[in-house]
Ligand binder design. Structure first.
Ligand code: ADP
Length: 169
């Protein structure tokens, strides 16, 4: 059987999948980084669908359509803002990944691509975030036979190497 997961370097907005995950803010209002890129590529209909959803708490996720993206859906997950590691950041980040998989299951989705949640503007140390992300992804693949493919799309070669090293350790 071929592996059901992969780490790649690239642009998440170009990925064709049942869903891509947005590293959203709790207002679901778009912003910088991957969030801004997703909203620009999806078009204004995405923000129009997000607005009535209201606020999304840290660690939770909401699903919308993908509009002009090659991905059918966007799952907006709100990662923790790094505050030194003493504010449950690890648990909140893990909850983000788990809640994405809950929505995948509820909506019968089988392929998903993630960015490195919280490791940009939100300042979560990427080595630590990579270990949490990979642990949750591998656990979900064990638990959910319906999952066909999970891709982590790293924006830079440096970030890709961090994730590859986390996988080895
Ligand atoms: P957060 O606020 O959760 O930290 P950011 O968007 O600032 O979210 O950063 C999350 C990660 O997404 C960072 O590693 C950043 O390099 C990456 N990123 C930014 N644009 C893209 C993109 N188009 N595709 C994939 N990853 C991206």
């Amino acid at each position: 059987m071929t592996a059901r997961w992969e780490l790649v370097q690239g642009d998440l907005t170009q990925v064709k999948a049942d869903a891509i995950v947005n590293a959203a803010n709790s207002a679901l209002s778009g912003g910088g980084g991957v969030d801004g890129a997703i909203h620009r590529a999806a078009g204004p209909e995405l923000l129009a669908e997000c607005r009535p959803l209201g606020r999304c708490p840290f660690g939770e996720a909401r699903i919308t359509r993908g509009y002009r993206l090659p991905a059918a859906h966007v799952i907006h997950a709100v990662g923790p803002v790094w505050q030194g590691g003493t504010h449950d950041e690890d648990a909140v980040l893990a909850a983000c990944y788990r809640n994405v998989f809950v929505l995948m299951e509820q909506h019968g989705l089988r392929t998903v691509a993630f960015p490195s949640i919280s490791t940009g503007a939100y300042g979560f140390p990427i080595e630590r975030a990579a270990r949490i992300a990979l642990k949750e992804i591998l656990a979900a693949l064990e638990r959910l036979p319906s999952l066909q493919r999970v891709t982590v799309v790293l924006h830079s070669e440096r970030d890709l190497k961090v994730y590859q090293r986390a996988l080895e350790s």
